[in-house]
Design a protein around this ligand. Structure first.
Ligand SMILES: Cc1cc2nc3c(=O)[nH]c(=O)nc-3n(C[C@H](O)[C@H](O)[C@H](O)COP(=O)(O)O)c2cc1C
Length: 256
């Protein structure tokens, strides 16, 4: 029997063949692009860490510059360093395979599950002293979880910078967390008050000379008080006792 391409059967067969060919093309593209996507993801992360550490310059070779950065793993909530070999190869702090559920009272940054291990990136000077500590941070703003890196000077107290690489806050309002002028206000601010207690806050309004403990405070974003509060809680959580606090304390005490 001759094949009639204009029959219903012919149309269905033609549609099936087109779907099959398209499906093969799309899945081949998805599979073959996966390594490239993974490479870009790693490059992007390395770039953000270099930016947070103040080491990024336009046109630099990112993997080469990143090779100078030391990575450590710390058991969060403790000062215990963990060998990289003890952490699963595909461990991702954003979606950790091992974590503990935080109580509402503890969870001021709406993290929900505290990862077992936290990454730390260190930049050391020629004498091997810690120059910069970069910590991955995340916390809920108004609409979204904001992901970034907080960097501290070697004293584990002075803020060197804060960058965000992923969030869903409103452009022009909460998304101003990406504004370089606002981020510049963070440089030199202190986490601790003179008695050593955690005392950092993003306030509503502006910090001026009359603001008490002005060195511990950063201006809130106008029209974005809720995002600002989220950023404040995010920093307080990650440098606090539940997360990197004990590790930072050990650096303050030992200088290493
Ligand atoms: C469409 C829309 C988007 C908003 N986006 C944000 C936001 O991303 N972050 C934020 O803190 N507030 C945002 N707000 C404002 C909040 O609802 C709230 O009014 C504000 O945080 C209060 O800040 P203020 O006291 O500085 O005015 C948005 C409001 C509207 C109407």
């Amino acid at each position: 029997m001759a094949f009639n391409k204009d029959s219903v059967g012919g149309t269905l067969i033609a549609a099936f063949i087109i779907c099959l060919v398209c499906g093969i093309v799309v899945s081949t593209a998805a599979v073959s692009l996966r390594p490239m996507q993974e490479e870009n993801r790693v490059l992007d992360r390395q770039t953000n860490i270099l930016v947070a550490a103040g080491l990024y310059r336009e046109g630099i070779n990112v993997p080469e510059a990143f090779a100078e950065v030391e990575r450590q793993y710390v058991e969060l909530g403790t000062a215990t360093l963990v060998e990289a070999s003890e952490v699963p190869d595909d461990y991702d702090q954003r979606t950790p395979s091992e974590s503990t559920r935080l109580s509402d009272e503890e969870d001021i940054a709406s993290v929900r599950n505290l990862p077992k291990w936290g990454e730390v990136y260190l930049v050391r000077d020629e004498q091997d002293n810690i120059e910069t500590i970069v910590l991955p941070v995340q916390g809920y703003g108004l609409w979204s979880t904001m992901y970034g890196f907080l960097s501290l000077e070697g004293d584990a107290n002075t803020i060197a910078g804060l960058v965000f690489y992923d969030h869903g806050e409103t452009p022009g309002l909460g998304a101003e967390i990406e504004n370089k002028n606002w981020q510049a206000l963070w440089e030199g601010k202190k986490l601790l008050s003179d008695n050593g207690d955690l005392n950092f806050e993003v306030i509503k309004g502006n910090v001026d000379d009359r603001t008490p403990n002005k060195d511990n405070k950063v201006d809130g974003l106008s029209g974005a008080t809720l995002t600002s509060k989220g950023v404040s809680n995010m920093v307080r959580f990650w440098v606090g006792d539940k997360a990197y606090g004990p590790y930072l304390k050990s650096i303050r005490e030992s200088g290493n």
